[in-house]
Design a protein around this ligand. Structure first.
Ligand code: AMP
Ligand code: GLY
Length: 471
């Protein structure tokens, strides 16, 4: 059995995750050309990667035209917005192999209520929750969950919110304010009155982990677990962001223990989506919380994580391109065997990787633009990988800030402390006015919970939830 390798690949998107995908793919055997559409000048500063700035990633027919013009034999969709807009469906209908789910399956990310519904039907454990169309019912359920015995409540706006629709509450007053804010916004036009506006969830405690698997609608091959740092400030303080840094591997979820989670989380979800006639082809991201009672699914994303991808891809020991193509074509199991992959985990290098996000002044609320960036070259010379997320060119190979998250600086090392030190040294070489970053990425890596001893091989009895009663 031989592995089929795509020669010409188009990656849709413009951020650090897409830069990392292009960086990984362009160096692989058999790959002749990689374009990022629309990409950015920063991504194109790696002279091996092409960019297609005129492509609107939300315009399905335009993306098909661009893929045909480049004779792309694979399109990889990075961000959630084109997935939600059905761009993968348009590409698939045009006969172009695409790694990314159609709009119906991508709802697993865009609707928290749908994610709970699928997980419940699949027997995958999530936090106890209810989905509500009515403010008074949502508040009543929040009060019930916030009673001391339950220990807290989380309010999640239903729909795509770029990581900003979630409020983790210490007290019912905070939950009530979050609900008021959600119900103050008029329901989207055309939505039926009874479609859920909010998910109210039991608050769980423990370290988090991201387990992302390549999926072909039925089978799954997981990348190593990674941990994102979502809060803006050191010590997990401040507002939630898209992610301020990431690292892999995880001491409290080693690769060999993650494999069981593919069987208990990813595969049942894939089976349930397939049963409903909406097979999931793409990267299924399980956001997990490692509680004292074992791992619980917090959310699913329908794409690679950002910034997790920037630390995960440098850790992969083998080629990604043939597996993405195999997933797109529904033959992942066969390709895994051809690639010599024995189980459900992609083989990884023993080195650890740490990535530090450098964000603009004012991020995440109102990021300031246009500050010149110094030192990218020095960070690269120090051995760092610098992935561009939100930069624009200033001429002469110089860049300025043009986004919220500006750059991710990634470094490898023989173990996590060494990788962290390397990443810190590289990140310190980059500067711009108002730069915000965390100084504790990968700093707390051991002994943070009893999750190391928790069973990883399946949900406890009766753990599935039901959403029906509260709608
Ligand atoms: P989500 O978009 O659902 O992943 O939520 C964003 C972040 O909010 C997660 O990464 C967690 O840090 C936190 N969070 C979400 N749901 C819960 C929960 N049920 N218990 C505790 N923290 C949560
Ligand atoms: N890093 C979290 C996400 O990609 O949603």
């Amino acid at each position: 059995m031989t592995l089929r390798r795509p020669a010409r690949i188009m990656v849709l998107g413009a951020g650090g995750r897409e830069h990392a995908l292009a960086w990984k793919l362009v160096g692989e055997s058999g790959v002749q050309a990689v374009w990022v559409a629309p990409g950015s000048a920063g991504i194109a500063s790696d002279g091996r990667i092409g960019v297609l700035p005129a492509v609107d990633p939300l315009d399905g027919p335009g993306v098909v035209d661009a893929a045909r013009a480049q004779s792309a034999d694979l399109v990889v969709i990075g961000p959630e917005a084109p997935l939600a807009a059905g761009v993968a469906d348009v590409l698939r209908a045009a006969g172009i192999p695409v790694f990314g789910p159609g709009a119906a399956a991508a709802r697993i990310e865009t609707s928290k209520a749908f994610c709970h519904e699928i997980a419940a039907a699949a027997g995958v454990r999530m936090a106890r929750s209810g989905a509500f169309a009515r403010h008074d019912e949502a508040l009543a359920f929040a009060r019930e969950l916030a009673r001391p015995a339950h220990g807290g409540v989380v309010i999640k706006a239903d729909g795509l919110a770029a990581g900003k629709g979630v409020t983790v509450c210490d007290a019912i007053e905070q939950a009530a304010l979050a609900l008021e804010a959600i119900f103050a916004i008029p329901a989207p036009a055309g939505e039926p009155d009874d479609s859920p506006r909010v998910v109210v969830e039991e608050r769980l405690y423990g370290p988090e982990a991201s387990l992302i698997a390549l999926c072909d609608g039925r089978d799954a091959l997981a990348l190593p677990p990674a941990r994102d740092h979502k809060r803006l400030l050191d010590g997990d303080l401040g507002p939630n962001t898209g992610g301020m840094g990431a690292y892999s591997p995880l001491i409290d979820l080693p690769d060999d223990r993650a494999e069981a989670l593919v069987a208990t989380v990813h595969r049942p979800i894939l089976a349930e989506l397939a049963r409903r006639g909406i097979p999931f082809i793409g990267a299924l991201y399980a956001g997990l919380i490692l509680t004292d009672d074992g791992p619980v699914l917090l959310e699913c994303n329908a794409r690679f994580g950002d910034p997790e991808t920037q630390v995960l891809l440098p850790r992969l020991a083998g080629d990604l391109a043939p597996l993405l193509l195999a997933a797109a074509e529904g033959r992942l199991a066969e390709a895994g065997i051809a690639a010599g992959i024995p189980g459900a985990m992609l083989p990884s290098r023993p080195e650890a990787a740490v990535g530090i996000v450098l964000a603009a002044e004012g991020y995440p609320v109102a990021p300031k633009q246009g500050d010149p960036i110094a030192g990218i070259r020095f960070a690269e010379q120090a051995g760092g990988l610098v992935f561009h997320a939100g930069t624009s060119p200033l001429g002469d190979d110089r860049f300025q800030t043009a986004g919220g998250r500006i750059l991710a600086v990634v470094a490898l090392g023989p173990d996590l402390p060494a990788a962290r030190l390397n990443a810190e040294r590289c990140a310190e070489r980059v500067g711009f006015r108002g730069l915000q970053r965390r100084n504790d990425i990968a700093a707390i890596v051991a002994g943070s919970s009893a999750s190391g001893a928790a069973p990883l091989d399946g949900p406890p009895p009766g753990a599935t939830i039901s959403l029906g009663a509260s709608r």
